[in-house]
Design a protein around this ligand. Structure first.
Ligand SMILES: [Zn+2]
Length: 324
């Protein structure tokens, strides 16, 4: 994020941030000003030992004294113990694990939190939500995560699961979701949803410019956005439908939380105006009566790496070098 250049000075506090996503694992050496000094990215680990090896490879690059390691992870995380309480899907091997044990970092402080909350923490400490007290964030990636700052407090709920905004029901007769619910936002707007919908169009031989690759792999979300911009009819239709669902969900969240700003993060946010423009139009029309104003919808400041910075932010908060 690089706003506070002083934090790059020698001797300024540093921490490692790690963001364990469904597709990639990212990390960075992060300064107390939120600046990313060195970035790391690999396909997501599929075993405890692969995760440990990744973190150790990052630790080797961080030669200066560190304040600790912060980890953002999908699912429900017990922040007091760093235990992964619930994590369905490709990262299920982490369920029940203490992340502080997994990384084997000796005496270093290890903090862990849900990845959408770490993304929100980054925005509150250094990004688009600096100084705000009511903020909602959605991470749009393989799945959809959410986090909310309500009257200055990040909501966690009784069991730590509050803010799972990707699991809001949008379609009563919708498909079965990874979470066990039906018709969730995540089943309509996520890279998995967009890619599987586009694959269904290819399967039906609808007019489309992309095709499965030689291994039968569906085009990825980034390619589908590009194809839509280039006039691919199937890509356009898939995205138009997905935008309708995302806009409907954001309308609901604005009515529930009444935030000062609404932040979109995650890999799909890299689509920029192609995503934001249709969403803004739909949302503004449907919220003006109750809210009485247009709530700004903005992008996460460090798209793709916001969760990493926020994970390091957990350490700075714990060491009382920063405060929300
Ligand atoms: Zn769900």
């Amino acid at each position: 994020m690089g706003e506070n250049l002083a934090s790059t000075d020698a001797g300024s506090p540093l921490a490692i941030g790690v963001d364990i996503g469904g597709t990639t694992i990212k990390a960075a050496i992060v300064g107390v000003g939120g600046d990313l000094l060195e970035n790391f990215c690999e396909p997501s680990p599929r075993s405890v030992s692969a995760l440990r090896d990744f973190v150790h490879s990052v630790l080797k690059r961080a030669k200066m004294p560190l304040q600790g390691i912060g980890i953002g992870c999908k699912g429900v995380i017990d922040t007091a113990s760093s235990r992964v309480k619930s994590l369905p899907g490709d990262l299920q091997f982490l369920e029940g694990q203490l992340l502080s044990d997994v990384v084997e970092a000796g005496d270093l402080t290890v903090c862990a939190e849900n990845d959408a909350r770490t993304a929100l923490i980054a925005e509150v400490l250094w990004g688009a939500a600096r100084g705000r007290r009511n903020v909602v964030l959605l991470t749009l990636g393989t799945g959809v995560g959410g986090a909310a700052l309500v009257d200055g407090v990040i909501i966690r709920g009784d069991g730590g699961a509050a803010g799972h905004l990707g699991q809001v029901t949008l379609d009563l007769r919708g498909g079965l979701c990874i979470c066990g619910n039906y018709g969730c936002l995540e089943t309509h707007f996520s890279s998995r949803a967009i890619e599987s919908d586009y694959a269904a169009h290819l399967y039906r031989a609808a007019p489309a410019k992309l095709s499965l690759d030689s291994t039968g792999q569906t085009p990825n979300t980034e390619a589908i956005f590009r194809a839509a911009a280039a006039g691919d009819e199937s890509a356009r239709h898939v995205l138009d439908c997905a935008f309708e669902y995302l806009a409907a969900a954001i309308v609901s969240f604005l009515h529930i939380f009444d935030p000062e700003i609404f932040i979109l993060g995650g890999n799909i946010a890299a689509a920029g105006p192609q995503l934001l423009t249709p969403i803004q139009d739909k949302v503004a029309r449907r919220t003006k009566i109750v809210l009485g104003r247009e709530v700004p919808i903005v992008f996460q400041k460090a798209t793709g790496y916001g969760g990493v910075a926020g994970a390091a932010g957990l350490v700075f908060l714990k060491q009382r070098l920063l405060a929300i």
